[in-house]
Design a protein around this ligand. Structure first.
Ligand SMILES: *Cc1c(COP(=O)(O)O)cnc(C)c1O
Length: 473
């Protein structure tokens, strides 16, 4: 594509995206596309000759748009907020336009140094002390996997340089709560610990990890000759945003020499507001921590922030030093290829830089407070409504609730079927997209608030839709 064509189509596409965002609320929030429908609209063969860009916008509307679920829609209440502020759309455009590959400092010094600075900004924004150093990863899954690899190498005294875990005298063990995200299990398995050496510790009535049971599990493993290695504490669990008590878990980790990784993928964003930081009290004692600006904060996917207390250890685990990657600045600068798993890196830091320039720390705080306030309002409505109940505290932006008709009280199977049907009715018949999840054997309806255009009226709307659906189901 030449620059003339780029210019004209590029301007049209910016217009197209702007118009899409202006009218995003008019689309059905959940794509109505059936399996195979999008693929069937594409040709079987790739275009042989170029010069076929004329119809591209028409094709986006005809083929792609019907197959999009609109995460930035005001009626999006499923999973977690994944906001892509328009400032970060432009940053992605710039990043691609410049096209740097930021594996080494020298391969684009600005990519490394903007990342250095914005990760320091983000660290202070969420109140972390300067004992932490940050690096951008693609996802929390990768960050948690990286943390478990670092934990493995610390406990095993760098087994990777010898026989690996396969040569260890006794198995290493990882601990998390039974509410931990699936990425913890995946990371532990991929890091070679084995499912038999992952302990999912039971949680209390508020769904937070019980430190007493954690202590007991560690003691039992020690008595059995196993080697406790790492604990993953979750601040803001996936189903209910439960808050594992970091401080007592950190005490235990220090006592036993365990690696403490804090998974605050969603909730970390809330810590931009000082009044919520009590929720992760003790976090400064973690060995590593992940939070995802690509969720609630507003940098488009993907941008996960990984912080460590001992960057030298991270680099020792991650670095390789082949001759063809050496540069004369090595030793003076950060070569971010040594701070994570992939060699190649995109210039993601631009997205956070643009977002902060556009929205400011105060702008992000205002949005977080609005969303927490809206979730608290919904929690109050549920608490006040006969025949409805809440199954978890709602400290942040997720409310777990269900309808309990008198005829079904106490019958878990019937309640699960009923509430699943209520949600299906809402999703099929309205402009709200929400989901259900299993919370320790009970099916909960999850209302996850926090899409950028979601205001109180939309939260009131989904509540109204739930009540109407319940009355008809
Ligand atoms: C979303 C989430 C993850 C996974 O995040 P990815 O960036 O998609 O890997 C992990 N843990 C928690 C607590 C989450 O909320």
């Amino acid at each position: 594509m030449d620059t003339d064509q780029f210019r004209s189509l590029g301007h049209e596409l910016i217009e197209w995206i702007a118009a899409y965002r202006d009218h995003i609320g008019d689309y059905p929030v959940l794509s109505r596309s059936q399996p195979g429908e999008v693929a069937a609209l594409l040709p079987h063969e790739p275009p042989l000759r170029g010069g076929q860009m004329d119809d591209v916008i028409a094709d986006l509307e005809r083929i792609v748009l019907p197959g999009i679920t609109h995460w930035n829609h005001p009626g999006f209440f499923n999973f977690f907020p994944s906001n892509t502020d328009l400032s970060s759309v432009l940053a992605d455009l710039v990043s691609s336009g410049l096209g740097p590959q930021a594996m080494n400092w020298q391969t684009s010094p600005a990519a490394t140094e903007v990342e250095d600075v914005v990760m320091e900004w983000l660290r202070t924004m969420v109140g972390l002390p300067d004992s932490f150093s940050g690096v951008i990863a693609d996802t929390a899954s990768t960050s948690t996997f990286t943390a478990l690899l670092c934990a493995r190498e610390r406990t095993s005294g760098f087994s990777q340089n010898g026989g690996g875990l396969q040569a260890e005298r006794a198995p290493l063990v990882v601990y998390a709560s039974d509410q931990a995200h699936s990425s913890v299990q995946k990371g532990a398995l991929l890091a070679g610990f084995g499912a038999a050496h992952l302990r999912l510790i039971a949680t209390d009535d508020e769904h937070a990890l019980r430190p007493d049971l954690l202590e007991q599990a560690v003691e039992e493993d020690l008595a059995a000759g196993l080697r406790p290695c790492a604990v993953v504490a979750t601040v803001g669990t996936t189903v209910s945003t439960a808050l594992d008590p970091v401080a007592p878990i950190a005490d235990l980790c220090e006592r036993h020499g365990l690696w403490l990784h804090v998974d605050a993928a969603l909730a970390g964003t809330a810590m931009v507001c000082p009044e919520y930081r009590d929720m992760w009290r003790g976090v400064e004692r973690a060995d590593s921590l992940v939070l995802n600006p690509h969720k609630w904060m507003g940098t488009g996917f993907d941008l996960s922030a990984y912080y460590v207390r001992d960057p030298e250890h991270l680099v020792r685990v991650m670095s390789t030093d082949p001759s063809y990657l050496r540069t004369t600045q090595d030793g003076l600068v950060r070569n971010l290829r040594d701070w994570g798993i992939p060699l190649g890196r995109r210039f993601r830091a631009l997205k956070l830089w643009f977002l902060l320039r556009a929205e400011g720390v105060e702008g992000i705080r205002a949005r977080i407070r609005r969303d927490v306030g809206n979730a608290a309002w919904l929690a109050q409505q549920v608490d006040a409504a006969p025949d409805w109940e809440r199954l978890a505290p709602a400290p942040l932006q997720t409310v777990c609730l269900r309808h309990v008709p008198e005829r079904q009280a106490g019958d878990e199977a019937a309640l699960a079927a009923h509430n699943a049907a209520v949600v299906a009715r809402v999703v099929a018949g309205s402009d709200y997209y929400l989901g259900t999840a299993d919370l320790k054997g009970r099916l909960v309806v999850r209302v996850s608030v926090g899409s950028q255009p979601t205001e109180r009226e939309h939260v009131a709307g989904v509540w109204e839709a739930l009540q109407q659906a319940a009355a008809l189901t």
